[in-house]
Write a protein that binds this ligand. Structure first.
Ligand SMILES: [Zn+2]
Length: 415
């Protein structure tokens, strides 16, 4: 199964925007760039909203049929582990093996020793095409990295073989993800992780390391742009080397999680991809749901009233809603608008405060982040919210398509 050079993860919390999302990928195709859609949803999202993996499969198949999409597309079991993967086996053909919790767990000494002797040739000075300078890898450093990551990669191997035994070899795409952890992985660590991934026999097609800087949900990148760019380019070089050296799948590529809205790094990313002729998977953060809120606000009452109610309740239940996302959001309570002020906003003002347009004076990224994690409120509204989505489908679809195409696909892959 081939994922394609460029692929884009489209989370859709309420499962109503599949066609509008796909329309953005169709526009990219018309502009001459193939980007494979991947509908992703994690166990956490399913449990908060009350959906099943089969719902995502149904949505993806329906959108593809309705739009006459002839290219590949996938349904991603996002951030799964052995404890919950079984639920996703049937509906999914893309599996994001999340082993971040296993980083730093002790590995058996015999396994560490075997890894070190198998990869002893990496010790010393290692020249890799595309790296500004040769890597210096000491025996002690190699051992420290092996001790830190082997247990995680071994766990990825167990999940991979479990999926393979259920679905059959070559019948799914595999991503190995280590992004939900505190410390970023260096290019040398990535190289060792990929060596271990190859040793485990995992046919990984994407790998999601944790990059330097902050990738908060739904807002721009925060960090040192030059450092990120250098790290990204080094990771591309390391992956190309690992593919040749360790026999990993030729289409193995990087995956960026919470990659939506990271506008300030899109240009360096696109430049690096073109220079290295490399592919990329970008997973987005379920921000399509914010376009639904924008569309509802623009549609006027009762849509606008629903959007305001979601905000009021999200503010009242802020701690509860932010809890599961504490490490990936940064909201300053004092910057959140007073509900009495919001009550007087018209739809356009609500939309401008929420829409991620850094040049708009009304854009408020604290407001945006709170609403981003507030989808539980909309889920609790049930049919009232879903009916409004259907009633205002046209207005919402326009927001969804424009957001993905103009603000994401174009700066990442096209312009
Ligand atoms: Zn992730």
């Amino acid at each position: 199964m081939m994922l394609g050079k460029y692929s884009f993860g489209i989370g859709d919390r309420f499962g109503h925007q599949g066609r509008a999302q796909l329309a953005a990928l169709q526009k990219a195709k018309e502009a001459g760039v193939d980007v494979t859609p991947v509908w992703n949803k994690s166990h956490r999202e399913h449990s908060i909203i009350g959906t099943e993996p089969a719902d995502v499969r149904r949505e993806a198949d329906a959108a593809v049929a309705a739009c006459g999409w002839a290219g590949p597309y996938f349904v991603d079991a996002d951030h799964i582990g052995l404890r919950n993967v079984d639920h996703f086996i049937e509906a999914s053909d893309f599996f994001t093996l999340d082993v971040a919790d296993w980083i730093g767990q002790p590995a058996a000494q015999a396994e560490v020793d075997a890894f070190l002797s198998r990869h002893a040739s990496l010790i010393g000075t290692l020249e890799i095409d595309g790296l500004p300078k040769a890597l210096r890898i000491e025996a002690a450093g190699l051992k420290a990295i092996a001790s830190k990551y082997l247990a995680a990669v071994r766990e990825a191997g167990r999940i991979y073989r479990h999926i393979q035994s259920r679905k059959g070899a070559g019948r799914f795409i595999t991503e190995v993800s280590m992004d939900e952890t505190d410390a970023p992985q260096t290019p040398v660590e990535l190289l060792m992780i990929l060596a271990a991934v190859a040793d485990e026999g995992i046919a990984a097609q994407t790998v999601a390391p944790k990059f330097s800087g902050r990738f908060n949900k739904g807002v721009d990148y925060m960090g040192d742009l030059a450092a990120f760019t250098a790290e990204f380019e080094q990771d591309l070089a390391v992956i190309a080397y690992a593919v040749r050296q360790f026999g990993l799948p030729a289409d193995l590529k990087l995956s960026i999680h919470s990659g939506s809205d990271k506008f300030s790094i899109y240009e360096p990313i696109q430049n690096a991809l073109k220079r290295c002729d490399a592919g990329l998977h970008v997973k987005t953060a379920g921000t399509t749901w914010l376009e639904e809120l924008i569309g509802l606000a623009l549609a006027g009452d009762p849509g606008l009233a629903i959007a305001k109610e979601v905000y009021n309740q999200a503010l009242a239940r802020m701690d509860e809603l932010c809890g599961p996302y504490a490490t990936v959001i940064a909201i300053d309570r004092s910057r959140l608008p007073d509900p009495r002020v919001v009550a007087n906003w018209d739809g356009s003002l609500f939309a401008q405060a929420l829409r991620h347009d850094p040049f708009c004076a009304y854009y408020n990224h604290h407001f945006r982040q709170l609403l981003h994690v507030g989808y539980k409120i909309a889920a609790e509204m049930g049919p009232r919210f879903l009916d409004a989505l259907e009633r205002h489908e046209r207005t919402i679809a326009e927001q969804v398509t424009t957001n993905i195409y103009d603000r994401h696909l174009r700066p990442l892959f096209i312009d």
